[in-house]
Each structure stands twice: as structure tokens, then as C-alpha cells.
Design a binder for this molecule. Structure first.
Ligand code: ATP
Ligand code: MG
Length: 363
């Protein structure tokens, strides 16, 4: 039988989704969804994972489940083609995580570079919640419970995928070949795989407050773009400027296409020409920011409009999540049976085991 092609990805409901999510993963998910190449597509709103570092701020998680769902629908995720579900509603994920925890060591978890960075960022020092340290294991459960083959994610998720693949190999070797080893799908454009924040910091992130949100208004976007970090030494228009580390140019690298020049900045043919002029001197920050603003407005306006439509019927969005969670649970409960059988904890179905004990004591 041909192996099914299955996608699983997700986001933590710790805030509305931003441009980093969009270029890093969401845009790709919509393209893959519409390609018709996949047999099944799952998108998880990872609330249980968000609890691992928000246990004292649960309302944030509760309030943002619907926000993330609205952002998905706004970007073109279609609940007819994609199962959108809420992680905490699938208890089989906890079950699987519990078994996987025995297949990794503490030191392996502590070596995960993304986790290390996130621990520093959150100031956990010596009081790291155990659930947080082990969330890559629960992510392995998310991916494998649905037999996912493809996981479209940003670059920060590569260590998680590696951890998942290790768990799959260990499990299949120890027990039985029932788990599927997934592949990460990272954006080809390096910048998109890790979009920096408006402040030029390494990553646009909900937790860092350096984001343009997909649901920002036209005015908010403009204000954020006009306040963006450029080259601090580029004081006067005639000064030569740097494009490396200049966030406006980084975003142009991520979003600008040649047709944008024709439309909004016809005196240049392409981004190289614009960069050359900036480096030579004589090109002001305001002009490049206005150009970026036009591009982002064009990309985000249809998303915002679709979001407004869905916002009019919030009950329906909750219903989409409830139905998606039900469907995901059906798939998950089948898989957990397969896993339990592989481990050998299916006592009541295992007639050979029962018969062998009957024989042992009937002698
Ligand atoms: P948090 O700060 O709560 O961790 P986050 O902004 O990092 O939130 P996640 O929910 O952790 O967002 O990530 C969801 C998906 O979006 C992942 O696939 C991740 O790789 C991708 N992603 C997040 N931020 C970026 C970014 N700045 N550039 C590219 N991809 C990103
Ligand atoms: Mg994150």
C-alpha cells in the first residue's frame, strides 16, 4: 500500500499570529492544502504546550485559541480540507507523550538548542517547569499520533523534528515498526524561515512583542513600519547606508517581488538596484519604509477582510474547532491502540497472552 502523505503543524495560542508565522509556515500550509498533493492535513492549536510556560497565566491561552483559529481561516485554511483541532481535547496525546518520555534522556532534552534559547528568554534559570523541558516529546506525540509525513515549520522547529525522528527510530527498534518518521519542510528563503522582529531582534515572536500581526489595522501596520529599525548610522539622506542587519531590507528580501517596483516604485527595476542606491547614499529611510508599507498592506488586506467576515460568526468558528477535535480524536484513538499493541500493553485483546497464562495454571 502506498504510504499516505499527511501534514501536521500547529501554533501555540499565546497571541494572535504574526508575519513570522505567515512566511515561516502558514502561507506554505495554505499552498500545500490547495495543492491537492496530501491525503490528510491536520493543524493543531497547541494549548497544552502553551500551558507549559503559562501555567500562571492560563487566561492568555484560553483567550487566544479563537484568535489563532480566526487567523488560520483568514489566511485561507479551509476546514473542509484541513482538520483544525485543539491539542488538549485529544487525551491520546498525553498518553503517547507519557510512553515517549521513557525513550529520551534528560541530558538529551537539555541539549536542545531551541529549548536552551527559550529558557534563557523566559528567565527560568533553575526553575524550569518539567513540562516545558519535555515539550519536544509532546510535540513528537503530536506529529506521530497522526502519522504525519510532512511538517511545514520555521527553522526554530528543526531541533524538535530531530527529536521526533529519534523517538520514532527508538520506538520502532524497541517495539514494532508502527511509527512514521516525519520530514520538516522549511521555507526555501532563509529569511522566511526565521523572520526577525521589528526591533531587529533574532526572531519575530509573540512573547517578545516585536510583531506585525496579521490582524493589525492598516494604520497600525503603517505606524509599525515607519518606526522600524534601519541603519543607526544612516542619519542624513545623502549618507551611505547599510543593508545588512537593516530590518527594512530584510523584510523586503522576504516580501518584495519585481512587480511591486512597477506598481509602487517604478524608478527602480528590482531590489538590487534599490539596495545599491541605499549603499551609495542619497536614498532616505522614509522612502524605503513607505515602499515596504505598500507591499505589506497589499499582502495583509485580503487576510484582514476575511478575518472580519469570520469574526461575525464566532459560534461557527468554535464549532469548526469542536468538529475538528472530534475528527482528530477518532484518528488518534485508532493510532493509540496500534501503539499500545506494539508496546504490549493491550492485555485484554491479546488472546495469546491470556491463553499462555491459562495453560500455565491449568497444568
Ligand atoms: P511563542 O513566543 O509563544 O513561542 P512564537 O511566535 O514563537 O510564539 P509558535 O507558536 O511557537 O510562535 O510557532 C508556530 C510556528 O511558527 C512554528 O512553525 C515556528 O517555526 C513558526 N514561526 C514562529 N516565529 C517565526 C518567525 N519569526 N519566522 C519564521 N517562522 C516562525
Ligand atoms: Mg515559539
Amino acid at each position: 500500500m502506498k504510504k499516505e502523505k499527511i501534514i501536521l503543524t500547529g501554533d501555540r495560542p499565546t497571541g494572535r499570529l504574526h508575519l513570522g508565522h505567515y512566511v515561516g509556515s502558514l502561507k506554505r500550509r495554505v499552498e500545500l492544502q490547495n495543492s491537492g498533493e496530501f491525503d490528510k492535513i491536520y493543524i493543531e492549536i497547541a494549548d497544552s504546550q502553551a500551558i507549559t510556560d503559562n501555567s500562571h497565566n492560563l487566561d492568555k491561552v484560553r483567550q487566544n485559541v479563537i484568535e489563532v483559529a480566526l487567523d488560520y481561516l483568514a489566511c485561507g485554511i479551509d476546514p473542509e480540507k484541513t482538520t483544525i483541532f485543539v491539542q488538549s481535547q485529544i487525551p491520546e496525546l498525553c498518553e503517547l507523550t507519557f510512553y515517549y518520555l521513557n525513550l529520551v534522556t534528560l541530558s538529551r532534552l537539555e541539549r536542545n538548542p531551541t529549548i536552551k534559547e527559550e529558557i534563557k528568554l523566559r528567565g527560568f534559570q533553575n526553575s524550569i517547569p518539567a513540562g516545558f523541558l519535555t515539550y519536544p516529546v509532546s510535540q513528537a506525540a503530536d506529529i506521530t499520533l497522526f502519522d504525519a509525513t510532512d511538517v511545514p515549520v520555521g527553522e526554530d522547529q528543526l531541533p524538535m523534528l530531530e527529536q521526533t525522528r529519534e523517538i520514532v527510530r527508538t520506538f520502532n527498534r524497541l517495539y514494532d515498526e508502527v511509527l512514521v518518521e516525519p520530514e520538516a519542510r522549511i521555507p526555501e528563503n532563509d529569511i522566511c524561515s526565521r523572520l526577525p522582529g521589528l526591533d531587529g531582534k533574532a526572531k519575530m515572536s509573540k512573547s517578545l512583542g516585536n510583531c506585525i500581526y496579521l490582524s493589525d489595522s492598516e494604520e497600525e501596520i503603517k505606524k509599525k513600519v515607519m518606526g522600524m529599525y534601519t541603519d543607526p548610522d544612516h542619519l542624513r539622506v545623502e549618507d551611505p547606508g547599510k543593508v545588512e542587519g537593516n530590518t527594512v531590507f530584510t523584510y523586503l528580501d522576504a516580501f518584495c517581488k519585481e512587480e511591486h517596483f512597477e506598481k509602487y516604485l517604478p524608478e527602480y527595476k528590482n531590489l538590487d538596484e534599490l539596495k545599491d542606491h541605499y549603499k551609495r547614499g542619497g536614498l532616505g529611510d522614509v522612502k524605503i519604509k513607505k515602499f515596504l508599507n505598500e507591499i505589506l498592506q497589499e499582502e495583509l488586506a485580503p487576510i484582514r477582510k476575511r478575518r472580519e467576515e469570520y469574526q461575525k460568526d464566532i459560534r461557527k468558528v468554535y464549532q469548526i474547532l469542536e468538529e475538528g477535535s472530534k475528527k482528530a480524536r477518532e484518528a488518534g484513538s485508532k493510532k493509540i491502540e496500534e501503539v499500545k499493541k506494539a508496546i504490549g500493553i493491550n492485555y485484554f485483546e491479546d488472546q495469546d497472552l491470556i491463553n499462555s497464562h491459562v495453560e500455565k495454571y491449568n497444568k
